[in-house]
Ligand binder design. Structure first.
Ligand code: WT7
Length: 648
């Protein structure tokens, strides 16, 4: 296994306290032995507090059963003062948000002074529409600067935002509006992506049909095409925000006041509203952003995620803005108008730090080196990946072809629930191995456990847990703390269970092997097998369905559905296409079954539990390695499933 040494160069101008491997060891052990002291120190340095905290953490992974863990509980702040006001004062003309629209060269630049103005105006508009501290606002938008402005405007009032990815369907959107009892929705007339329009307002109208809780819908005009309108409910952004005053004092909130809710998929059909709070989350997002990417004052930092996912929250909006960085926002896709789009933007904007997902790297690698080499990439210094394990071939391509062998690669492992990067190289300080997420951040104490929950020492493979609280971790599931506890803390007593498998090598490096629960990771999108199954059995023709993942060369995982027809129904190609239409309608445009297999029944134990292990093996094309199937209620079903498998 090749090991890439840290490049020997001068790390001048870094804002990060971790430049060398020694720095890393010092910081990691400080955080381990004195977590409260360490994080109080970090937060006082990085975050603007109206009342600085003196308390660190309360609670542990036992007491979390009864009450949420807290960090910095006696502090008061408003996150927008850290993300906007202080930079608007210290560096008003620095570009805060650098945006590129769907069409190459359609660029907007918002300085910190302008961002401050826009956030204040929008907060005033929202307040005039009746929004109050603690109320929930759903954002259903594309990648426009106004999405970030809306998030910050909510935060300025102490309102809680919940961004719903613009690919989700009306039904999925309605579920989320209901679950958090949103008072308001912010959307846009239409989104633009890859030359196509996305009917955001129309989907919103469908989702809100018959909903009475939502008082106002604020609509940002992106395309100007006609949209449906409810005059007593709908308000144009340019009318409400345009006329509002550009000053608005920031509402101070307690450190533990929720900043946002973000829905994510788990092992049940119902998405969970993961809750992140103000003080701890912001501290962790800012610290990890600065340290992992070795942030410099003159960086042009570009994360290609969507604000609908946690990566967009922590590493497009909150982390970079808290650090006073120039953060890039991109409306389009990596292949529009062609597979050189990312590198064209790197060249034009002189991007220095570039952060994307392995699925995008694999998709682009399939187009060859031509579209990369056509553009000047000398500005690049750090390359990041996130969202799923990166295979060594894709890693090498990223390193050699994109980075010309001179950029550090940070393979950042984390989750919606961890709030920020948790296991990752630190660009200047960690020697990398292709495919390894390497070492934990300061404050993160990973443990690998076996089936019985015994902690493994040294090299080995098992289930990835985290032993102690850290400031960025989710505090609860909205409206259901019991579910938060059972999902994350009841599998292994006293530990946070990530749901991932992990291998640790002889150098102590962590290699994430993927989910071990019923969560799929398709092109970096997290989806529950149970959500697919619920959508499939919704169809009249389907009696039963079981969904598993299988290795997919570009998407990481593909979706494999076993379906059993209702008596008298025939599931032919047209019927299977219709099933995907239902999946799309119930989940969203990003959800699609890649392969169907019609089966006479599902393999079940005598107690009626579906044996997913068998279904996974067959879907992976390893139906000859099933092992013992004698406990099955109906072994013939397995034979039929094995016989019915056809590769590709
Ligand atoms: C799951 C979390 C974290 C932001 C995006 C996804 C997988 C994430 C890596 C990585 C291997 C990774 C894990 C994790 N994952 N990053 N660098 N290497 N696996 O957030 O939707 O909450 O999904 O993504 O399986 O549990 P998410």
């Amino acid at each position: 296994m090749s090991m890439y040494a840290v490049p020997d160069r001068v790390w001048a101008g870094s804002q990060s306290p971790i430049i060398t491997p020694d720095d890393f060891r010092r910081e990691w052990f400080r955080a381990f032995y004195d977590p409260d002291g360490f994080w109080l120190d970090v937060t006082r340095r990085l975050i603007h507090w109206q009342k600085a905290p003196t308390e660190g953490a309360y609670g542990d992974f036992h007491s979390v059963k009864h009450s949420p863990i807290t960090w910095f509980a006696d502090g008061r702040l408003n996150v927008t003062e850290s993300c906007v006001d202080r930079h608007a004062e210290a560096q008003p003309d620095k570009v805060a948000i650098l945006w590129e629209g769907d069409e190459p060269g359609d660029v907007r630049r918002l300085t910190y002074r302008e961002l401050h103005r826009e956030v204040c105006k929008t907060a005033n508009a929202l307040a005039a529409l009746g929004l109050k501290k603690g109320e929930r606002v759903i954002l259903y938008m594309g990648m426009v600067p106004e999405a970030a402005i809306a998030m910050l405007a909510c935060a300025r009032l102490g309102a809680i935002h919940s961004v719903v990815f613009g690919g989700f369907s009306a039904e999925a959107l309605r579920d989320r509006v209901r679950d958090c009892e949103a008072e308001m929705v912010i959307t846009q007339d239409e989104g633009l992506r890859g030359g196509r329009v996305i009917p955001l307002k129309q989907v919103c109208d469908e989702a809100l049909e018959g909903e009475h809780g939502v008082r106002k819908v604020l609509v940002y005009q992106r395309t100007g095409n006609p949209v449906g309108w409810k005059p007593d409910r709908d308000v144009w952004w340019h009318e409400a925000v345009g006329g509002a005053s550009d000053e608005r004092p920031a509402t101070p909130v307690e450190a533990e006041h929720p900043l946002f809710i973000l829905y994510t998929s788990g092992s049940t059909g119902r998405p969970k509203g993961v809750v992140h709070t103000s003080g701890g989350y912001l501290t962790y997002a800012a610290y990890t952003h600065r340290v992992v990417f070795d942030l410099r004052d003159d960086d042009v930092y570009a994360c290609m995620a969507d604000v609908g996912w946690i990566t967009g929250h922590s590493y497009i909006v909150y982390g970079p803005l808290a650090n006073g960085a120039t953060t890039f926002m991109f409306e389009s896709t990596p292949v529009y108008p062609d597979a050189g789009r990312y590198w064209d933007m790197v060249a034009r904007h002189k991007i220095t730090v570039f952060y994307t997902a392995p699925t995008a790297i694999r998709a682009l690698a399939a187009h060859g080196e031509g579209p990369v080499k056509a553009h000047d990439r000398r500005s690049l210094r750090v390359l990041g990946t996130v969202g799923e394990p990166i295979n060594p071939e894709a890693w090498e391509w990223y390193y050699n072809v994109v980075g010309e062998g001179r950029c550090n690669i940070v393979d950042t492992w984390w989750q919606t629930e961890t709030g920020g990067i948790s296991i990752s190289p630190i660009a200047p300080a960690t020697a990398t191995k292709p495919g390894a997420a390497t070492l934990p951040m300061p404050g993160i104490v990973p443990q690998i456990v076996d089936e019985q929950g015994r902690v493994l020492r040294g090299p080995g493979q098992g289930y990835l847990c985290i032993a102690y609280p850290w400031p960025g971790q989710a505090r609860t599931v909205w409206g259901d703390h019991a579910r938060f506890f059972t999902t994350y803390f009841s599998t292994y007593d006293g530990k946070y269970f990530t749901g991932d498998g992990c291998h640790r090598d002889e150098d102590g490096y962590h290699w994430i092997t993927g989910r071990v629960d019923d969560v799929l990771n398709v092109s970096g999108h997290r989806m529950g097998t149970a959500e697919f199954e619920a959508a499939l059995v919704f169809a009249e023709a389907v009696a039963e369905a079981a969904v598993v993942g299988y290795p997919h060369p570009v998407k990481g995982q593909g979706v494999y559905a076993y379906v059993v027809a209702q008596p008298g129904e025939v599931l032919d190609t047209a019927a299977l296409d219709a099933l995907n239409a239902i999946v799309r309608q119930r989940i969203g445009a990003h959800a699609r079954v890649d392969r169907f297999q019609v089966v006479p029944g599902l393999p079940k134990t005598r107690s009626g539990k579906v044996m997913r292990r068998i279904l996974r093996k067959v879907a992976e094309g390893r139906g000859d390695e099933l092992g013992d199937t004698s406990t099955l209620a109906d072994p013939e079903v397995v034979e039929a499933i094995r016989a019915g498998y056809s590769p590709g």
